[in-house]
Design a protein around this ligand. Structure first.
Ligand code: COA
Length: 175
């Protein structure tokens, strides 16, 4: 059964929808990132300053899957699963609009992304995160991600969720 579209609820019981990004979403997504705060939220994504169409285009076509979270017709979150060297592994990134943070939306978006990856037959979802980004780390942990040993003290710690037993999980490669 397809994971998307799906309706989820934040901690207050308010519903939001998650679905696959389409080309028609481009304008709304640019508006989402133009309004996004802080601009330099994570690893330079979304791009610092006003993201241009070109800057967005650099990121988005690389994504294996892009998911939009929306309330009504308004995007409140965006997440990406991006290919890595190992075809069974994807890198994950997530952005929740500042007006909707702290309500469980990010955690639920993470869970949906993991379900999408699992349904797509992937072995692992990998991400890097600044350990001081407590909201991100907590939301990842609640969705089942775990720190890769030896990276937790790095400026960019690595977290993974293994979806099935397989070679990617035996080698510890990030892809
Ligand atoms: C990171 C992000 C996606 C999280 O989304 P969110 O909807 O705010 O997260 P949630 O509400 O689902 O969960 C956040 C959890 O972190 C906790 N948290 C928030 N701030 C915290 C802090 N400073 N210290 C410890 N825990 C914190 C919350 O209490 C919550 O845990 P709980 O449900 O057990 O109470 C969102 O904050 C965001 O878009 N930030 C900017 C972009 C970014 O940093 N992306 C991640 C790149 S690696």
């Amino acid at each position: 059964m397809d994971v998307l579209p799906t309706t989820r609820h934040d901690k207050t019981g308010e519903p939001f929808t998650m679905r696959q990004y389409t080309a028609d979403d481009r304008g709304a997504l640019e508006a989402f990132y133009n309004d996004f705060h802080p601009k330099r939220a994570a690893q330079g994504m979304p791009p610092g300053g006003r993201p241009t169409g070109g800057a967005l285009a650099q990121h988005h076509p690389a994504a294996w899957k892009q998911l939009i979270a929306e309330r009504g017709c308004m995007p409140i979150g965006h997440s990406m699963l991006m290919p890595m060297r190992d075809a069974r592994v994807v890198e994950y990134a997530i952005y929740v609009h500042q007006d909707f943070r702290g309500r469980g939306v990010g955690t639920e978006m993470n869970r949906v992304a993991v379900e999408v990856a699992r349904a797509g037959g992937l072995a692992r979802v990998w991400l890097s995160v600044e350990p001081g980004n407590r909201a991100a780390v907590r939301s990842y942990e609640k969705a089942g991600f775990r720190f890769r040993p030896g990276t937790i003290l790095s400026l960019e710690a690595e977290m993974v969720i293994d979806l099935e037993p397989g070679p990617a999980n035996r080698t510890g490669d990030t892809g």
